[in-house]
Design a protein around this ligand. Sequence first.
Ligand code: BEZ
Ligand code: FE
Length: 286
Amino acid sequence: MRDIGLSNITAAAAQSFQGLPDARQRDLIQAFVRSLHQCAREMQLTHAEWRAALGFLHKVGDISSERRSEFSLLSDVLGLSSLVDLLASDASATPGSVLGPFHAVGSPWLSNPANLIGANEGQRVLLRASVCDSAGRALPTASIDFWQNAANGLYWQVDPGQPQDNLRCRLKVSDEGRFEIATIRAVPYQIPTDGPVWLDLVQPAGRSAWRPAHFHVIVSAPGYRTLVTELFDAEDPYLDSDAVFGVREALVGRYQDVIDPQACERIGVPGNTVPVMSVQIRLAAA
Ligand code: BEZ
Ligand code: FE
């Protein structure tokens, strides 16, 4: 008879997954079991605490649906999503940052330069970017997938007041690897505050629900690693307290007033200066 006790329960539980056919999955599960057991041992986890943790996970599952993943949000607020992004980032490239829940496949393709302003309220700005390899050589084959929130803080998917596909597009960079998007300045917004992640975990910790204003971009080019990242506004008050740990210094851009009467006229900015965020995005070779 197998005699399970404190001295061998962890090894037995880890060993029980030895039969998983996929070696990587097996290693991950076994490491996860060891880490969980280590945490329970270190904290001398009680029955009441263990039941509370399972009850919390139950609530996270109950509120999740096809349109909402509270588990992703849990991963975000634990810093796990950002840790995975950082582990996948290449030091020679622009760092990655959270994808978030509002990316939708199939954004409309627009010509470059693009204009997303439409009927949106908000400060009119230009995002100007160049895409290059890690040595700084332009990548004219790159494509961009871009999305952001509207002046009320919401993404079009969760705001019936916005037209479908508002403030999102795909485009190809120019022969010099550049792209320009006329848009409105993104604003800070809060992670969902009606579910157990906020109500039971983040709020009681006295943490902020805010994400600093950002543009989302996915940059891809044949032969290069696809980059999922965000571009933050240097003047945002929440840069130091992003609820999901997405801010990296290299991703913070500052709007500069640029004299460009033609651009002003094109995008309906009175006068002859327009706020421009200029960034360089570097991709690592695949
Ligand atoms: C976002 O960037 O859109 C986002 C990321 C994580 C949680 C909620 C929203
Ligand atoms: Fe976002």
